[in-house]
Design a protein around this ligand. Structure first.
Ligand code: IMP
Length: 191
């Protein structure tokens, strides 16, 4: 079975391929000839995930899934949430996003936060949604060089390491996206 993962993020493709093993062939946007940026104009993760998947289905006619992820920080009343990618403005920059997050939490002792992922699957004429959450804490400085996005400042509950210090396999075991992808795989295995 072939399915497109509607993302331009090579790290996400790598993570999802590692979680799927040989069960399914994942096509990237590049492989289906889609070079443009996908629209994501909603104010919920669910809206954006379906919007991206629907764009690919409408323009390229392939079954596909898209994810949208947000980091909810308790001391910031759930921010940056759905705006995590553009937290420090355009053009998007992981480095500037992290700098702003650390600055906004400089004087806060409450460090709890969570990543949430919503995956939207469009297959044949049907639509499905899968979710995953990873609870953790925002560190006071970057630790580790792996992963992407906010990984260097996110320490998952029960670990002494940041996401950026974990292998892809370990991160997948416990991460928001890993959980959502496993729910997606379980579903695809049943149909
Ligand atoms: P999006 O899902 O690609 O829109 O991601 C929104 C923001 O969250 C971007 O700044 C990403 O870099 C960040 N992000 C998404 N997934 C992860 C993750 O697994 N770890 C750390 N940051 C992430």
């Amino acid at each position: 079975m072939k399915i497109c993962f509607a993302t331009n993020n090579k790290n996400k493709i790598k993570e999802v391929k590692a979680a799927l093993g040989n069960k399914m062939e994942i096509l990237s946007l590049e492989e289906i000839g889609c070079k443009e940026e996908l629209p994501e104009t909603g104010d919920t993760l669910e809206h954006n995930a379906f919007q991206k998947a629907q764009y690919v289905k409408d323009h390229y006619g392939v079954d596909c899934f898209a994810d949208d992820t947000g980091l909810e920080v308790d001391a910031l009343e759930g921010e940056p949430g759905v705006y995590s990618g553009r937290y420090a403005g355009e053009p998007r920059s992981d480095d500037r996003n992290i700098d702003l997050l650390l600055k906004n939490l400089e004087h806060s002792s409450i460090r709890t936060a969570r990543f949430k992922t919503v995956i939207a699957l469009l297959i044949a004429e049907d639509k499905y949604k899968f979710e995953g959450i990873a609870e953790g804490e925002i560190l006071r400085q970057r630790v580790g060089t792996g992963g992407f996005g906010y990984d260097p400042v996110f320490r998952p509950v029960g670990f002494s390491k940041s996401f950026a210090e974990l292998s892809i396999e370990k991160k997948n075991e416990i991460s928001h996206r890993g959980k959502a992808v496993r729910a997606l795989i379980d579903f695809l295995n049943e149909i």
